[in-house]
Design a protein around this ligand. Structure first.
Ligand code: HEC
Length: 119
């Protein structure tokens, strides 16, 4: 019985602990409307990541779609950064951004994973 109580508490906390509604999937069109607020990042994003990350057929998680990103985000930022730099399956090494620094990549990943505002 005590164990049940904990399970319910944990469920309740994950469901509404942050006060956020569960993430909703975006359409490719909604995803394509998003852009980083920083102008330099916006340019890097437009010239590289956007080509795949707003196209469902590319199998890349859509930018801003937390229903697709949250499980990846849970791996930790360092793991995501390493995957972006080294490449992973359909994801080319460096995301085809040849002028992105590691900090740029980190900021781009935050933006794409729907976490830009919480820096
Ligand atoms: C040529 C297409 C393409 C481009 C360009 C691209 N990506 Fe990706 N990306 C993918 C695909 C496909 C995946 C899904 C890989 C998988 O199956 O896990 C992915 C996955 C990712 C992931 C998740 C990795 C993980 O471990 O879950 C990150 C982070 C990422 N991309 C960042 C970027 C960034 C940042 C850019 C721009 C600098 C970029 N991508 C450009 C295709 C692309």
């Amino acid at each position: 019985m005590r164990k049940m109580g904990w399970a319910i508490l944990v469920l309740a906390l994950t469901a509404c602990g942050s006060g956020e509604a569960p993430p909703r999937p975006l359409t490719a069109e909604q995803s394509a409307m998003l852009s980083p607020s920083d102008p330099r990042l916006a340019e890097l994003y437009r010239d590289s990541c956007k080509a795949c990350h707003t196209v469902k057929d590319s199998l890349a998680p859509l930018t801003g779609d937390r229903s697709l990103w949250d499980a990846r985000w849970a791996q930790g930022e360092d793991v995501l950064l390493a995957a972006a730099i080294q490449g992973k399956k359909g994801m080319p090494a460096g995301g085809q951004c040849f002028s992105c620094t590691p900090d740029d990549m980190k900021a781009l990943i935050r933006f794409m994973a729907g976490r830009e505002e919480k820096q």
